[in-house]
Design a protein around this ligand. Structure first.
Ligand SMILES: Cc1cc2nc3c(=O)[nH]c(=O)nc-3n(C[C@H](O)[C@H](O)[C@H](O)COP(=O)(O)OP(=O)(O)OC[C@H]3O[C@@H](n4cnc5c(N)ncnc54)[C@H](O)[C@@H]3O)c2cc1C
Length: 250
């Protein structure tokens, strides 16, 4: 015998008036980050960011990147950045906006998280004022597309065990990024395959480098990747490094 859950008779439920639901969700200015939710929802609806069927993987990536730029234009992505650098000093609003984006396309949600939360967040929280001025406005407007290289195939999110090293060589004025073992290989880096052009990379301390100098490592497709030290163990130099902000340890 299988237990059966009694069927709910939907016709017995009271109908929900859409305008009351809207005012419940967005109409109370005193509620938590209502304005950020409303603006994000408006951006989703007005710009028609809904799943598009029948596109190839690369076409879909380009579609999502186009949406990402529109989120940049709308100002919603960078809500949590400092107001002097393209944002609105509103981290709670940024979280509410991110939550609202999850009602739409989840590929866009991940791309927004990588661009503004991970890459932008690393530069915001670990960088100096010089990095804020140089990078945050360009990340806010998506003039720069960011990647965040934390996860390693053997260490996942356990940043205390990261194997990748980044060593400054004063003689050559380079940072040498080294993947000493297969377990230290960076993986799952959003934005790296097609659009990324700046990378924040985690090792036992975190630093930020222009990805143009980090693309020499091997990749499965053979295409230069935006600063993704993956593939076989390798050494990669970042000639145009911008910071050794060694402020974190794990
Ligand atoms: C959609 C998507 C996009 C992603 N994009 C990126 C990206 O852009 N860049 C990137 O770097 N990675 C990215 N990732 C990878 C993601 O961060 C990995 O899935 C994650 O790092 C997996 O780690 P894990 O297997 O260790 O599991 P987790 O779930 O992270 O860890 C397992 C458990 O171990 C705990 N734990 C971890 N470290 C310690 C510790 N030292 N001590 C005690 N407990 C610990 C965690 O809290 C957790 O409970 C993405 C993943 C997804 C699904």
């Amino acid at each position: 015998m299988t237990a059966t859950v009694p069927e709910v008779q939907t016709e017995e439920l009271p109908a929900v008036e859409p305008s009351s639901l809207w005012s419940f969700l967005y109409g109370n200015p005193l509620a938590d980050s209502t304005d950020a939710r409303r603006r994000t929802r408006d951006a989703l609806v007005e710009r028609d960011m809904t799943y598009v069927y029948g596109l190839s993987r690369d076409e879909y990536r380009d579609q999502v990147f186009d949406w990402l730029k529109q989120i940049g234009e709308s100002g919603m992505g960078a809500l949590g950045f400092p107001s002097g650098y393209g944002g609105e000093d509103d981290p709670a609003g940024a979280i509410a906006s991110f939550e609202t984006l999850a009602h739409g396309d989840l590929s866009l949600l991940v791309k927004v998280g990588v661009q503004f939360g991970l890459t932008g967040g690393a530069i915001h929280r670990l960088g100096t004022e010089r990095h804020h001025a140089t990078y945050l406005p360009k990340l806010a407007s998506v003039e720069l597309a960011g990647c965040f290289a934390m996860s390693e195939v053997g260490h996942g999110s356990d940043v205390r065990s990261l194997g990748t090293t980044a060593t400054y060589d004063a003689d050559t004025d380079e940072i040498v990024v080294h993947t000493p073992t297969k377990a230290a290989r960076k993986e799952w880096i959003g934005n790296a395959a097609r659009h990324g052009n700046i990378l924040s990379c985690s090792r036992s301390c975190t630093w930020v480098a222009r990805s143009t100098g980090c693309t020499r490592s091997s990749s499965r497709s053979g295409t230069p990747r935006a600063g993704s030290p993956r593939g076989s163990p390798s050494r990669t130099t970042a000639r145009r490094w911008v910071s050794t902000a060694s402020t974190t340890d794990g």
